[in-house]
Design a protein around this ligand. Structure first.
Ligand code: NDP
Ligand code: 8X3
Length: 251
């Protein structure tokens, strides 16, 4: 059986991807900060699928903790075939002058540094085996910008740049590096962005059919299941009602 590690699997796209890959026959490493959710999801996966599941509770922003936990994986879990760098968030939607430095730091630390820390820990295992597939979850916000998106858009542009750079750097080792860049997906993303303001979060998805987390999991499953000579390098996935970061047809 192959092994997949999905960061940020306590919710949304990460959770759906972990479940989809478990259904595809992968053993699964799931990560996140909310231990109760991780353990509940781990139990659910083990019950529903013939998969081994390893829940790892840590904050990807913490370089020491990330390196320590991923650097001491049980031997039977070290042959990681697929890494999905999914953990991420937006915080706030204010123009720069009204923005909160704490929010900026959280986004930069999670979306950029967290991806780097996890990749730094896992890539050597793939390099040693001369195989592996790394999928970074970018965003339409990594292709376009929008007012109020400033730092979040910058972090997702960074994910785009890092993906391209990693693809070049890991080329000699047979490691595939890909990006999936979703448009609007209804998850806890907007609830987190608006700091628990349910009304504001729900309004983001009103009047159109947004993507569901399982739609992105479906794309990721397609990407990882291509034959070894094929790399689906980059996929932009939008709801049918969306044509740009801020262009959504609502009825
Ligand atoms: P959710 O808020 O539903 O899920 C985010 C996940 O990331 C959670 O499991 C959360 O777990 C984890 N996470 C956040 N911060 C950390 C951290 N510091 N350390 C470890 N895990 C962390 O949002 P989505 O599923 O929508 O987001 C997943 C990815 O998709 C993000 O990178 C996001 O930017 C991207 N994306 C989302 C879009 C959308 O419209 N929803 C569109 C385009 C891209 P926990 O809180 O337990 O740590
Ligand atoms: C999340 C999508 O458009 O809110 O990455 O930035 S958007």
């Amino acid at each position: 059986m192959k092994t997949a590690l999905i960061t940020g699997a306590t919710s949304g796209i990460g959770r759906a991807t972990a479940e989809r890959l478990a259904a595809e026959g992968y053993n699964i490493i799931i990560t996140g900060r909310r231990k109760d959710r991780l353990l509940e999801f781990s139990g659910y996966l083990k019950n529903a699928y013939p998969a081994e599941v390893l829940p790892l509770c840590f904050d990807v922003c913490d370089f020491g903790q990330t390196g320590k936990i991923l650097g001491s994986l049980p031997v039977t879990w070290q042959d990681i075939d697929v890494l999905v760098n999914n953990a991420g968030l937006a915080a706030g939607l204010e123009p720069l002058d009204g923005g909160q430095p704490d929010d900026w730091q959280r986004m930069i630390d999670t979306n950029i540094k967290g991806l780097l820390y996890v990749t730094k820990a896992i890539a050597p295992l793939m390099i040693a085996r001369r195989k592996g597939h790394i999928i970074n979850v970018g965003s339409i916000a990594g292709r376009e910008v929008y007012a109020g998106g400033n730092v979040y858009c910058a972090t997702k542009h960074a994910v785009d740049a890092l993906t391209k750079s990693m693809r070049m750097e890991f080329l000699p080792y047979g490691i595939r590096v890909s990006q999936v860049a979703p448009g609007a997906v209804e998850t806890e993303f907007s609830l987190v962005r608006f700091k628990g303001d349910r009304k504001r979060a729900d309004a983001v998805y009103e009047g159109f059919h947004p993507l569901e987390a399982a739609d992105i999991a479906d794309v990721i499953a397609y990407m990882v299941n291509r034959p070894p000579h094929v790399n689906i390098a980059d996929v932009l996935v939008l709801p049918a009602a969306q044509a740009g970061a801020t262009m959504i047809h609502r009825t």
